[in-house]
Design a protein around this ligand. Structure first.
Ligand code: AHR
Length: 815
């Protein structure tokens, strides 16, 4: 039994209007071919162009940036896993049918449509009346729907005499024609050709074809094929079903366009506003660090239009003079940093200046005479350190002086370094347990400090990601945000989208292929949060019991330097003679002795599901300053972003290590190699010339470490509350909104006390499922989605049965 006491009369503070938002970043190929529904893949033919300044290695499998960062490339196809799924072609997305060389295609880098295009496609039709064609496979197939219309255009010129060319939508094998149109292409300069193709059948794996029965050569500068039926039927608009899912979240702001893509991998791939506006065929394309090139059709104007269409406050993230600090950063010199500052000013002017100004008139020419709204600017993304502070201050001072009404956001707690700070963006990617333990993180934040924006968060480390259990962990954390929305005024989940054929990060809130889309359980959790905001946060006290997540996993040995020997390695007195996985470096196992033969030798052994066990080893240290570790409960995590790494890559591991170094001993908890906490250090005596016995007892969520028989460190996994709750009052409906999350595996009776008379009947929604690992899929899109219910006989003191692993929202009418 748990209890919730709600004081509706104690209105603590107003709810924050912008607490729930959306964060869009072009990751997992969700711009072109996704939210921006271009149907032709590599419409500008530029995908195989190596980003400027970078060097190709391993025959095009990777490129290396000037600062030495290695990025998967596969000659423009991106990640290995994407490349392996497609037939090889030198011009990604584009092929020629037939084997008799009736048609040849090549890139021409010297004769392009305009100065921003890097190449054009030369198509030589070498035989008359050929049935063969040049074709494009779209983003894992082109989706055409019976009766639907598609806007096509291309810029082309004939190289000899006039050339008759047919464009068509066809079945995968090219035999069945769904729609076609014929153009007469003239010699001379590039000309634009437009048509509307209306499909006469439905196919999710259609292809786009260009053919000619006539001998001759044409050059194509740019192509595009997009549905007429975009959201609000806009030209160059956005995919309808996806925008509808966004609108369904009832969110109030949009953070865009990233994420790491704002920073880029190199100076040339750092995001510049000016490259993303104007006619799409004039926008330069650039390589996004999530392994593909964007044509920037989805640009600054389109983001602002989206905000206007579904009523979101825009939050624009700007590059402040450095490339991604997670990927061998390049810090720009003052001159280049100034260029980026000017780019930010230009963007703000474009969005907000009157029509009769330079930038306002360009916006008007692009179809929007009235200024857009632009409420928030974030200076940098996930930047930190001295270089960031320097640029942050320069950008903040220059921009704030010009735009005093815009709210500026910093990436770190710059106020601690004495810098002017209005709002700080904090990011969290972790497991359900972490989020549950952080339910009260903001209770103790300084009320006089800057506002907090939780700009990226997601449960990423569960054994089954994107599950109900992940959504519940996030819900507990968000209940904590709601309770503190006097200072935590904004938040958004990350990342937002994934094209299911191009995963470069997992999990993501909304998943789509070329014709379907669905939300993971977190999407529905956020929808419930967003639709039940209320106007005032009221007193809400919870009495409940605590739970701790079951811990299990393999045992491990680690030595920082070669030479350390582990012998008599046992688990529950059973000798361990074989290694399951070498995580980094190498151990040699001989005659039952594990000898580290490289730096960072780290191996795992034992059972994957082992829960309670005792690990023991006699250890010979080679020097006191060399770190030696013994680990328990090492488990493999789901992938996040590093999908091209092998299965047991160190980044995928979480667990606990007993660490001995420099005569000190402690326990560390780590996830994805990052140390999350350490216990206090204690002094220990190590004998370097003899074997020392190290023994860890891991039992019932507690770890005990014994050195030569003496207990030196302990750690108990911290428990989190079984039930979490937050309450707000909705003035318009005169209801108290009670959110209840039961994170335990047991149904829980919750006694709810309200400090005033209430209506007899309450309404609610519940998110739960048979199994906490349940998730949604294309086959069952709403398996984990909210169900509505009604509670009768409600009184100021009533009982609610919160099912195991559930999130409930109850609206009780106040009388
Ligand atoms: O959301 C995915 C990535 O996570 C973002 O690009 C970055 O800001 C963070 O590291």
């Amino acid at each position: 039994m748990s209890q919730i006491f709600i004081g509706t009369k104690n209105r603590r503070f107003k709810t924050s209007k912008d607490l729930y938002g959306i964060f869009f970043e072009d990751i997992n190929r969700v711009g072109d071919g996704g939210l921006y529904p271009e149907m032709i893949r590599n419409r500008s033919f530029e995908d195989s162009i190596v980003p400027d300044g970078c060097e190709i290695v391993d025959g095009g499998r990777y490129f290396i940036t000037p600062t030495g960062y290695k990025c998967a490339f596969n000659n423009g196809e991106g990640l290995d896993s994407w490349y392996e799924k497609v037939a090889q072609t030198p011009i990604p997305g584009w092929y020629v049918s037939g084997e008799n060389k009736d048609i040849e295609i090549a890139l021409d880098k010297s004769d392009t449509l305009n100065k921003n295009r890097r190449c054009s496609l030369v198509a030589a039709f070498k035989r008359e009346n050929t049935e063969n064609s040049i074709y494009n496979v779209g983003y894992s197939g082109i989706y055409v729907q019976n009766g639907a219309e598609y806007n096509f255009f291309m810029f082309a010129k004939a190289m000899e005499g006039a050339q008759t060319v047919e464009v068509s939508l066809r079945s995968r094998c090219g035999k069945k024609v769904y729609a076609s149109h014929t153009f007469e292409i003239n010699p001379g300069g590039f000309e634009r050709f437009d048509c509307v193709l209306t499909a006469n059948d439905t196919d999710t794996e259609a292809t786009f074809h260009i053919t000619s029965k006539q001998k001759g050569t044409v050059k194509i500068g740019f192509t595009s094929l997009m549905p007429v039926e975009t959201y609000n039927r806009r030209i160059n608009g956005l995919r309808k079903d996806i925008v509808e899912l966004l609108a369904g979240m009832n969110a109030s702001f949009l953070r865009f366009p990233g994420g790491c893509i704002v920073e880029g991998l190199t100076k040339e791939t750092a995001l510049r506003f000016e490259n993303t506006i104007g006619p799409v065929w004039e926008r330069p394309s650039h390589w996004l660090l999530w392994f593909y090139r964007t044509t920037n059709g989805l640009g600054f104007h389109e983001y602002l239009q989206l905000c206007e269409d579904i009523n979101l406050e825009p939050m624009y993230v700007i590059n402040c003079g450095m490339t991604c600090q997670h990927r061998n950063p390049d810090y720009f010199d003052d001159e280049l940093a100034k260029e980026f500052l000017q780019d930010a000013i230009n963007a703000i002017e474009y969005a907000t200046a009157p029509e009769d100004t330079y930038w306002g008139s360009i916006r008007a020419k692009n179809g929007h005479p009235e200024p857009f709204k632009l409420k928030y600017i974030e200076i940098g993304n996930e930047n930190y350190g001295e270089q960031y502070n320097k640029r942050y201050l320069e950008f903040y001072n220059a921009l704030k002086e010009r735009y005093p009404d815009i709210i500026f956001i910093s990436n770190t707690h710059t106020e601690l370094d004495g810098l002017p700070t209005e709002m700080v963006d904090e990011h969290f990617y972790n497991d359900t347990e972490f989020f549950a333990l952080n339910h009260n993180r903001y209770d103790s934040y300084d009320r006089n400090g800057p506002k907090i924006f939780v700009g990226e968060y997601a449960v990423t480390n569960n054994r089954v990601n994107a599950s109900l259990y992940s959504a519940l962990g996030e819900a507990v954390f968000l209940a904590g945000l709601e309770k503190n929305q006097d200072i935590v005024t904004m938040s958004c989940y990350a990342p937002l989208f994934m094209n299911s054929n191009y995963t470069s990060w997992y999990p993501n809130l909304i998943i789509f292929n070329n014709h379907e889309s669905y939300g993971i359980p977190s999407y529905y959790m956020l929808q419930m949060m967003g639709q039940n905001r209320g106007d005032y946060v009221v007193e809400c006290e919870v009495k409940t019991h605590t739970i701790a997540e079951r811990k299990f996993g393999r045992a491990g040995l680690y030595s920082e330097k070669p030479g350390t020997v582990f012998r008599n390695v046992t688990i529950d007195n059973k000798k361990q003679d074989s290694i399951t996985a070498n995580i980094t470096g190498e151990f040699i196992v001989k005659d039952g002795e594990y000898t580290a033969v490289t730096d960072d030798a780290w191996c795992l052994f034992g059972e994957e599901n082992a829960e309670n066990y005792t690990l023991s080893a006699d250890v010979k240290f080679t020097g006191g300053d060399i770190t030696v570790k013994m680990g328990v409960w090492n488990e493999r995590l789901e992938s996040v972003g590093d999908v091209y790494q092998p299965y047991w890559a160190p980044k995928r591991i979480s667990g606990y290590n007993w660490v001995i170094k420099n005569g000190e001993s402690y326990i560390e908890g780590f996830k994805r190699l990052k140390v999350q906490f350490t216990t206090p250090k204690v002094k220990v005596n190590i004998n370097n010339n003899a074997f020392n016995n190290m023994k860890i007892i891991a039992r019932d969520n507690r770890i005990e470490c014994y050195l030569n028989g003496k207990m030196v460190n302990t750690y108990t996994v911290e428990p989190f509350p079984a039930v979490t709750s937050v309450a707000t009052v909705d003035e318009k409906t005169n209801e108290v909104i009670i959110k209840i999350i039961n994170l335990s595996g047991m149904d829980e009776t919750v006694k709810i006390n309200i400090d005033q008379d209430v209506k007899n009947t309450a309404r609610g929604w519940i998110l739960t499922s048979d199994d906490k690992n349940d998730t949604n899929s294309f086959e069952n899109k709403t398996k984990v989605s909210p169900k509505q219910f009604v509670i009768d006989n409600v009184s100021p003191e009533f009982e609610y049965n919160a099912p195991k692993y559930s999130f409930s929202v109850i609206r009780v009418g106040l009388s």
